[in-house]
Structures are given as structure tokens and as C-alpha cells.
Unconditional design. Structure first.
Length: 282
């Protein structure tokens, strides 16, 4: 399993890094479009639609992303779209986690399916637009999610159950603890501080997400970073909940050793549109 994970990670890096730093944005757009289309196919599978419907949903997501290019949204996305994405993630995520696994299946299947496809297309649009703002900006958002995840893991392992006698969401993800959540937030603050100092010393052409929020003062930066860190956890929990509802361990086996595409990007699905929402508001 470890060998598979390493090989898959190396292949993904070999594809992603040249596209990320390419002179033109098209290689990155095409590669990520393939990935989000695969995620859309997995979403159909998780929600029990037929094989043909799952492929049609993937095609529909691809078409929606292509239409966003033709509409000019890559250059200028209506701020209301990001606000809508943020509202959906906050309200839907809170509802799903509060109601638990069994309540998800009570929703009409088509509603669940279409809502997920819509959010996947928005995540791709946010990802590509963040890339066009600059690699520094995009990487800062990605690292925010990774830092929250890594620090949450180690704080959860070291301190889980020490301060809070109850788990975060035991029916959805028994291993997650409140100590891990707050440890993840601490990690995000440390990374954001170091990144902002580094940014200001180099004065890059494109500032990072951290630099933009800290430029407005701690009164904005602290709640914004806490919110982003919390929503990365929500993305993780939502995907775990849907997998449990479907009775599946992984979203698919497309990435040997890692599961599926959604297993790798679940925490990014809410944070990317929310980052664009906060930047548009700032």
C-alpha cells in the first residue's frame, strides 16, 4: 500500500508541477478539469445513480466548466457567485453534520447529485481563477488546507480527549477531535504569519492569500483564517458522511493507494470558493 501511495503521489506531482508553473494557464486548466470531471463521476457513484447517469453527470460538470470559460468568468467572476457558494457550504455543511449520516439519504437523489456537481464546478472555477492570480496566491490557499490537516492530525494524536470529553463528529469520523481542530487552526496561524513575513521581504508580484487578509489587520485576518480552517474540516466531514451513507470506504480507486479524487480534494472544495469570496470582499 505504501509503495502504491508513493508511486501515485510521484506521478501526480510529475503531472501537476509542470502545469502549475507553465507559462500559459491552459495545461493547468486542462489537467484540473480532468480531475474535477473524475470527481464528478465519483460523486454520481457515491449517490447511487446509474452508471450511465454518473458519466452524464461528469460530462455535465465538464460542460459547465467550459461554459464558465466562454462566459468570461475566469477573468471576472460575479462576486455574488462566490457568496452563494459560501452560503451553500456553510448552511449545507452545518445541516449535514448536525443531522448525521442517515439524514443524507432522505434527500431526493437528484437534488443531492445536482448540488454536488454544481459545487464541484464552482471549486474548479475558483481553483483556476486562483491560479491565474498567481502561483503564490494559489499555493497559499492549498497550504492553508494542508497545514490545517497536518497540525490537526498531530494535535489530535497527542492531545485528543485531554480537554474535550466529546468527539467532533463521532458518527461521521470517529478519529477527529476538537483538540485537532484547534491545533489545525494554530498551524494555519503559524503558517500564515511565516508566509506573510516571507512575502513582505520578497515583495512578489502577486501577494499570497495570507498577505491580503493580514493587510486588513488582525480583526479580519484572525476570524477569516479560523473560518477557512474550520471549513476545510467541514469539507472533509461532508465527504466522509456521504461515503458512509453509500457504504463505501473510498470515493473510487482511481488513485491507487489514495482512493479517489474526492478523497484527495474534499477539504479544498469549500475552501477554494471561500478564499475567492473573501478576496472579492476584501
Amino acid at each position: 500500500m505504501l509503495k502504491q501511495r508513493v508511486i501515485t503521489a510521484l506521478v501526480l506531482l510529475a503531472l501537476l508541477l509542470p502545469a502549475l508553473f507553465a507559462v500559459h494557464p491552459w495545461p493547468f486548466m486542462v489537467l484540473t478539469l480532468v480531475m474535477i470531471t473524475a470527481g464528478a463521476w465519483e460523486w454520481g457513484r457515491l449517490n447511487g445513480v446509474g452508471r450511465v447517469q454518473a458519466w452524464m453527470g461528469a460530462l455535465g460538470c465538464l460542460v459547465a466548466c467550459a461554459l464558465s470559460i466562454l462566459s468570461g468568468w475566469l477573468q471576472s467572476t460575479p462576486p455574488q457567485l462566490w457568496l452563494m457558494a459560501g452560503a451553500i457550504w456553510v448552511l449545507l455543511g452545518a445541516w449535514m453534520i448536525q443531522r448525521g449520516v442517515s439524514a443524507w439519504a432522505l434527500w431526493p437523489r437528484l437534488v443531492r447529485w445536482y448540488a454536488g456537481l454544481f459545487l464541484l464546478a464552482l471549486a474548479w472555477l475558483a481553483l483556476v481563477q486562483a491560479h491565474q492570480r498567481g502561483v503564490n496566491f494559489l499555493l497559499s490557499v492549498l497550504v492553508l488546507v494542508w497545514a490545517a490537516d497536518v497540525f490537526a492530525y498531530f494535535f489530535g494524536r497527542a492531545l485528543g480527549g485531554r480537554f474535550f470529553s466529546f468527539k467532533l463528529a463521532p458518527a461521521i469520523s470517529p478519529g477527529k477531535s476538537w483538540e485537532g481542530v484547534f491545533g489545525g487552526m494554530l498551524g494555519v496561524f503559524l503558517v500564515s504569519w511565516a508566509w506573510t513575513v516571507f512575502d513582505r521581504s520578497l515583495n512578489p508580484i502577486t501577494p499570497s492569500f495570507y498577505t491580503l487578509v493580514w493587510a486588513r489587520g488582525a480583526g479580519l485576518a484572525v476570524p477569516a483564517l479560523m473560518f477557512m480552517s474550520a471549513m476545510s474540516v467541514v469539507g472533509d466531514l461532508v465527504e466522509s458522511l456521504v461515503k458512509r451513507s453509500a457504504g463505501l470506504k473510498d470515493s473510487s480507486g482511481l488513485l491507487p493507494g489514495h482512493g479517489g479524487v474526492l478523497d484527495r480534494v474534499d477539504a479544498l472544495l469549500p475552501t477554494l470558493p471561500l478564499a475567492m469570496m473573501l478576496v472579492a470582499w476584501i
